[in-house]
Unconditional design. Sequence first.
Length: 200
Amino acid sequence: MSRKLNFSLRAALMAAATLVVAPAAHAAWSDTKQAPTGFFVPTDAQKYNDPPYWRHADQDWGWTHTGYGGSITTATLNISAFDVDLSSGEIDNIYAYDDGVLVLLGNLDGSNDTYSFTSFVLGSNFYNDIAAGLQVWVDIDTAGAGWQLTLAKSTLAIDGASLPPPDPGVPEPASWAMMLGGFGLVGGALRRRRTTARFA
């Protein structure tokens, strides 16, 4: 009996030690920003206008993700844009601030005539910036070839958090009046004028 108790006690102690030694699991977390502020499908009359839908080389802009206070094992910045043609010469650079210094993460890429994410792995040097609120910047059409860019979402994903659909989100009902600006919302795909006359 004493032997059996000894064995049970030893087993319990080993299990407790395992629990103490096992690393704590990191919780997946994400923050999604709509670009520029709650994108929606515009009316036909709005489709080929300038900001906020299509932006040119002289209309670059940035945004800030919500700060994350937890521990981080991995982090990615995922930016959804419409029909980015990197292979055809469209170069849209994505930057993030690392301790106040603008660092090039890479170029957007995409699928033809659709919204898709381009993902950038963020090294541990960005973790303190993520905690403070990661600042992101896009430099549109760096080659000056006349391309236009439509962004949909920017998602900061921590420790394998899943991404939302890449298509533009639908604004909350309370936001309709403000964002529609008197125009009716028309369903259908958001189409992008691919180049300006200069590029044609």
